[in-house]
Design a protein around this ligand. Structure first.
Ligand code: NDP
Length: 254
């Protein structure tokens, strides 16, 4: 029970295939108490049985991260129902379809701004708003992908967003370290999820990763979940500002 006594909020569960679900489940299995969020009413019904399973039916809150008032309301709900929290899992990204295939240089300013707002700035805003209720030994975790380091076909706009997210993790780690807040990212290998379905020719990415990663296979949300649990637990108490690869070793290959 590595997470016994720990309370945390998980943003980004769309369904049971979501990486956020894998992390939430691993934390719950190790004794954590959770709260989870949904994007809008359409998803509230879908998430209710998942919240029930994760033991947090009464802590299922709305939060569209593009709406500052919903992030503020999230803090109020958490403060009311939880008091303090020990960890935040930010497993959210979005880019308009035009940014995930075709000519990179054709991306519009609107699409660029939306992707950066939802996939990058939201990590800063959520953490800042929840900081007053973070305990003095707390952890923030986000999700990134190797397409933010090297060119990956069709990852396009999301690659630029992930590059920005990875530097955001490092600057936040320095800024918040003095308050006992650790900030890390997992760089996961490709996994078939709703968000991934938006990326052009995603099945090729899966095949390429499995063929070239040292482990010669793709990874699962359970494996990301276990690594995520480690990064929000006290087992990683001296780890901050890290981009931790959970990709079967793909990133070491030349
Ligand atoms: P999911 O589609 O399961 O999760 C993405 C989540 O982001 C969804 O819950 C979605 O909500 C949420 N979201 C989008 N826009 C908003 C918003 N404005 N406010 C609040 N929530 C929002 O896909 P994944 O689990 O794959 O994605 C999770 C993270 O993992 C992302 O950062 C992704 O880039 C990253 N990642 C994914 C990899 C993969 O191959 N799948 C590889 C490496 C990193 P909703 O569905 O309700 O719209």
């Amino acid at each position: 029970m590595l997470m016994k006594g720990k309370k945390g909020i998980v943003l980004g569960i769309a369904n049971k295939k979501s990486i956020a679900y894998g992390i939430a489940k691993a934390c719950r299995d190790q004794g954590a108490e959770l709260a989870i969020t949904y994007l809008n009413e359409r998803f509230e019904k879908k998430l209710a049985p998942i919240a029930e399973e994760l033991g947090c039916a009464e802590r299922l809150y709305p939060c569209d991260v593009s709406k500052p008032e919903e992030i503020k309301a999230l803090r109020e709900s958490l403060e009311r129902d939880f008091g303090q929290i020990d960890f935040i899992v930010h497993s959210i990204a979005f880019a308009p379809k035009e940014g995930l295939s075709g000519h990179f240089t054709d991306i519009s300013k609107e699409a660029f701004n939306v992707a950066m707002d939802i996939s990058v700035y939201s990590l800063i805003e959520v953490t800042r708003e929840l900081k007053p209720i973070l305990s003095d030994k707390s952890a923030v975790l986000t999700l990134t992908y190797y397409g933010g380091v090297k060119y990956i076909p069709n990852y396009n706009l999301m690659g630029v967003a992930k590059a920005a997210l990875e530097m955001t993790v490092k600057y936040m780690a320095e800024d918040l370290g003095r308050d006992g807040i650790r900030v890390n990212a997992i760089s996961a290998g490709p996994i078939k999820t709703l968000a991934a379905a938006g990326i052009g020719d995603f099945s090729f990415m899966l095949k390429w990763n499995a063929a070239h990663a040292p482990l010669k296979r793709n990874i699962t949300i359970e494996e990301v979940g276990n690594s995520g649990m480690y990064l929000v637990s006290d087992l990683s108490s001296a780890v901050t500002g890290e981009i931790h690869y959970v990709d079967g070793g793909f990133n070491i290959m030349g």
